[in-house]
Design a protein around this ligand. Structure first.
Ligand SMILES: Cc1cc2nc3c(=O)[nH]c(=O)nc-3n(C[C@H](O)[C@H](O)[C@H](O)COP(=O)(O)OP(=O)(O)OC[C@H]3O[C@@H](n4cnc5c(N)ncnc54)[C@H](O)[C@@H]3O)c2cc1C
Length: 299
């Protein structure tokens, strides 16, 4: 695709960066050049950009905080849009309305401080509110959709609508029907709860995450979804795969469900390691692990 990205950049008043290395900012610290990375600051900015892309037939990729994606070494073509600049939080009584770009854990930290419960066990999940809704992120038995009332989306024509929770089918780390929609904000119903209790739960969970997860290395969290009645990390560990390495990509010795970047891992290293883990685990346990992380670009 030979596009004049500089000319496209001139059409918009918000930040648009050209030729950004994904390696510099993704959670995995991996990935090739992103031709065009836009940071719209309002719904109107999104509307103008999306409508332009639709008219010009340009492909769009949405990024939150990149904590669940693996971007190809060949990078991404077309228009890549970050929700980073959408960051408003409004809390009235026990209802919170939160823009897509707010960091999930900032939101949870605030609700806990206000004595509002229902999502405190998701403390420490990195990423944005938009990413958390898209993935139905969760931990320790709580997930985003437990407390979700509704969310606002924009379609490829730049039209905005509100989806109630009952309008979509949601499952473990998967929500159906969101293809080609941009989540702009979400509304949550929380429960008034004893603040000390919430603060203790949050602290305990952050401690457990720190103890169990390889947070000192770049990663994108759990690589695979939990198989039925089991844990991907337990299966991987039982196959003796902890520490298995391709290039600088390694199955974490601390948590076998994570692949970590030990320095200069490429997307190809991670991709090959993913395939190797899947094949080995299937050979030894007859379980084919399903990918949780999202591959973006050419593999
Ligand atoms: C150390 C670590 C620990 C983690 N622990 C957990 C955990 O306990 N539980 C858990 O569920 N996950 C966990 N994750 C994975 C990840 O944090 C979550 O999936 C998170 O919700 C992803 O949010 P994000 O903003 O980074 O999304 P991204 O990685 O940027 O995007 C993920 C997907 O969502 C789409 N998307 C993002 N924002 C929008 C939007 N506004 N509109 C439409 N689509 C959008 C993207 O296109 C992409 O397909 C962990 C990750 C790391 C690195």
């Amino acid at each position: 695709m030979n596009l004049d990205y500089s000319a496209i950049k001139e059409k918009f008043p918000f930040d648009c960066l050209l030729n950004v290395s994904a390696k510099k900012f993704t959670s995995y610290k991996i990935g090739g050049l992103i031709d065009f990375l836009a940071y719209p600051e309002s719904e109107d900015d999104f509307k103008n950009l999306i409508a332009y892309c639709h008219n010009e037939k340009l492909p769009i990729t949405i990024l939150g905080q990149t904590t669940n994606v693996l971007i190809s070494d060949k990078g991404l073509r077309g228009i890549v849009v970050s929700t980073d600049k959408l960051n408003k939080i409004e809390i009235f009584d026990n209802i919170a309305t939160v823009s897509a770009g707010v960091l999930w854990d900032d939101f949870i930290g605030l609700t806990v401080k206000k004595g509002l419960g229902g999502l405190e066990k998701t403390s420490g999940i990195p990423g944005s509110v938009g990413g958390a809704v898209f993935m139905n992120a969760g931990a320790f038995g709580q997930e985003v959709f437990d407390s979700l009332i509704s969310f606002k989306v924009m379609n490829v024509f730049g039209e905005v609508s509100v989806f109630k929770k009952s309008d979509v089918k949601y499952f473990y780390r998967k929500v159906e029907g969101l293809d080609k929609l941009i989540i702009l904000s979400a509304e949550f119903l929380l429960k008034k709860t004893d603040k000390e209790e919430l603060l203790n739960t949050r602290e305990d969970i952050l401690r457990q995450r720190d103890k169990k997860q390889p947070l000192d290395y770049p990663s994108a969290g759990s690589v695979f979804k939990r198989p039925k009645n089991d844990y991907a990390s337990r299966l991987i560990d039982s196959c003796g795969l902890k520490g298995l390495r391709i290039g600088d990509a390694e199955v974490s010795k601390k948590h076998a469900g994570f692949i970590i970047n030990k320095g200069n891992a490429t997307a190809k290293d991670v991709f090959e390691l993913i395939n190797k883990i899947r094949d080995e685990v299937e050979k030894k346990t007859q379980v084919r692990l399903e990918l949780e992380q999202i591959l973006m670009g050419e593999f």
